[in-house]
Design a protein around this ligand. Structure first.
Ligand code: PLP
Length: 364
């Protein structure tokens, strides 16, 4: 018997994965913003080949991978550093540029890793108010103090899915004091449009204090292998290498990332399919009376207007119980009424929509 008290301590994605699905349904995890597609045969082959040589260290400098990224993005190979996921690079940036008591500045609903990084280095986290769940560049600039060392900004952002235009990021880069490291996290950049990432990369080439991070975890579907990279100004590159572990990007991850880069058509098709599903599912959610925050990523954040979080908790339980689907509950103050889920195959998305449609109305 599950009474209302079951909803007082809402479950995290991981707790839901570990819990038995009440009706024995297969679990579909839409809570981690992952791509639903398994690796292509080309990527699988590269992984198997690399595994046959796993007695040898991977290349600590990721030379081949950096060269491929350099060719594709028209960036100097020496301005690129790879990491064990972009998470490692965010951590390295935190450790290299902030000390206990320094300020790390992020937007109000900034990516969860940013407070974690601030906490690890003992820095003081400062949050700048957002406008309509989107970073407000003026609020960021107004929150700068002489203690501020790092600004972390994800565009588009997780969990909100919103983004700043290139013009706004350009203005931020120009107006931010040069002794502050501006970190622009483009984990979902591929889901915006093909011109967005190259324009943001140019900010890192133009400013001595701007770092842009990228990942193979989202659009490239390699989350489990841990491969990320960043573009950094020349003077910061040796600093970042000094802060990064020697062999953190393992040989299999390097081989898989390289193979994935050789199939831009596959990535583009999968991204296009996810973006198409995003628009379709967003419309369907809006038709159910839900507030849908406009997303530029592979996920959506939706919720009932005016809910204090009780309904969102119950909705997350409902889709787990009736469809075996795991969604994320956003718990940041101000986001209590939302759930967040990644777009999957059309049949998974349809299953989710059907389950959401069967969610009893408030008071019913
Ligand atoms: C998922 C995500 C990342 C990627 O992390 P990896 O360590 O590269 O897997 C980075 N930033 C944001 C905002 C994300 O949502």
């Amino acid at each position: 018997m599950k009474g209302p008290s079951a909803y007082i301590e809402p479950l995290t994605v991981r707790q839901r994965i570990q819990r038995a699905q009440p009706h024995g349904l297969p679990l579909i995890n839409m809570g981690y913003n992952e791509l639903p597609y398994p690796p292509s045969p080309h990527v699988s082959t590269a992984i198997k080949e690399a595994m046959g040589r796993i007695n040898s260290y991977g290349d600590p400098t990721c030379r081949k991978l950096r060269q491929a990224l350099s060719d594709i993005h028209d960036l100097p190979a020496d301005s690129i550093i790879c990491g064990n996921g972009s998470e490692e690079l965010l951590d390295v940036i935190g450790r290299c540029f902030a000390r206990p008591g320094d300020g790390i500045l992020i937007p109000e609903f900034g990516y969860i890793q940013f407070p974690i990084v601030a906490n690890r280095v003992g820095a003081t986290l400062v949050k700048a108010a957002e406008t309509d769940f989107c970073t407000n560049v003026d609020a960021i600039l107004a929150a700068v103090t002489d203690r501020t060392r790092i600004v972390f900004l994800a565009n588009p952002n997780n969990p909100t899915g919103t983004m700043c235009s290139v013009a706004e990021l350009d203005r931020l880069a120009r107006e931010l004091p040069e002794n502050i490291v501006l970190t622009l996290d483009l984990a979902y950049g591929e889901f915006v449009d093909p011109n967005y990432c190259p324009a943001v990369h140019r900010l890192a080439l133009r400013h001595d204090n701007v770092i842009v991070t990228r990942t193979f975890s989202k659009a490239f579907g390699l989350a489990g292998l841990r491969a990320g990279w960043c573009v950094a100004p020349a003077a910061l590159v040796p600093v970042l290498y000094a802060g990064r572990g020697m062999g953190t990007v393992n040989a299999v991850a390097q081989a898989a990332a390289l193979a994935a880069l050789e199939q831009p058509q596959t990535v583009a098709e999968q991204v296009a399919s996810i973006v198409g599903e995003r628009e379709r599912v967003a419309k369907a959610c809006a038709a159910m009376g839900l507030q849908v925050v406009q997303s530029h990523t592979n996920f959506l954040m939706v919720g009932e207007p005016g809910d204090d979080g009780t309904r969102a908790d119950a909705l997350a339980e409902h889709v787990f119980d009736t469809a075996g689907i795991i969604v994320n509950r956003t718990r940041e103050a101000g986001l209590e009424r939302f759930i967040r889920f990644s777009l999957s195959f059309p049949e998974h998305n349809d299953l989710l929509l059907k389950s959401m449609e069967s969610f009893p109305a408030a008071g019913a």
